[in-house]
Ligand binder design. Structure first.
Ligand SMILES: [Zn+2]
Length: 180
C-alpha cells in the first residue's frame, strides 16, 4: 500500500475515534500520521524511507521488508522508543498513543494486502492475510485506488460533521503550540 493510501485509510478510521474521545488535536493527528507511515522505514523506496535513507537501508538490511517493523514486537518496541524519546524531550507522553494507533492501523492495512504480514515475528515467520485471501488488494492496483478514494470521501464527510467547538479546539491547540 502506498503512503497516501495508508494516510487516507488511517485518518478515515481514526478521526471519528479521536473526535469521540475528544482528543482531536493537531499534535495528535500529526503523530497519528507519522505512525501510519512509520513501519515502511524498512523500505528505502517508501515515502519515509526516502527521507531517512541511511536508516531505512540499515533496517531493511537487518530485518528485510515487512520484517520486524511489521510485527507486534515492532509496534511495541518502536512505541516504547518514542515514549522514551518523548519523556527525554519533556513532550506530553500521552500523545504517543496516537503514534501507536497509526502504526497499528498501518499493520492492519498491510495485513489485507495479498501477502499479508507475519504478526508474530521474530517467533514465527508465518504470514496472515486478514481477508482470508478473498478480500485483498495489490499495491498500486485498482482495489487500492478505490480504498484511497472511499477513504478521502469518508474524511471529507467527517470534517463536515465536526462540531464548531472541535474546530476551535484544534485551532486553540495550534495557537498554544505556536506560542510556547
Ligand atoms: Zn507497510
Amino acid at each position: 500500500m502506498r503512503y497516501k493510501t495508508h494516510l487516507a485509510t488511517t485518518l478515515a478510521i481514526t478521526l471519528p475515534v479521536m473526535d469521540s474521545a475528544q482528543a482531536l488535536t493537531m499534535s495528535g493527528v500529526a503523530l497519528l500520521a507519522v505512525g501510519a507511515v512509520f513501519p515502511d522505514i524498512d523500505e528505502p523506496n517508501s515515502y519515509i524511507g526516502r527521507r531517512l535513507k541511511g536508516v531505512s537501508g540499515g533496517v531493511k538490511g537487518l530485518f528485510g521488508h515487512r520484517g520486524l517493523t511489521h510485527s507486534l514486537v515492532g509496534l511495541i518496541a518502536i512505541s516504547y522508543l518514542f515514549y522514551i524519546i518523548a519523556q527525554w524531550l519533556s513532550f506530553p507522553v500521552e500523545l504517543i498513543q496516537w503514534f501507536s494507533l497509526g502504526y497499528l492501523a498501518h499493520l492492519i492495512e498491510d495485513s489485507f494486502s495479498k501477502k499479508g504480514i507475519a504478526w508474530l515475528q521474530p517467533f514465527s515467520k508465518k504470514s496472515f492475510q486478514s481477508g482470508f485471501k478473498i478480500i485483498y488488494y495489490s499495491t498500486g492496483g485498482l482495489a487500492e485506488q478505490v480504498i484511497f478514494f472511499v477513504s478521502l470521501v469518508a474524511i471529507l464527510y467527517h470534517l463536515t460533521q465536526l462540531r464548531l467547538d472541535d474546530l476551535s479546539f484544534v485551532y486553540l491547540n495550534r495557537l498554544a503550540h505556536n506560542l510556547f
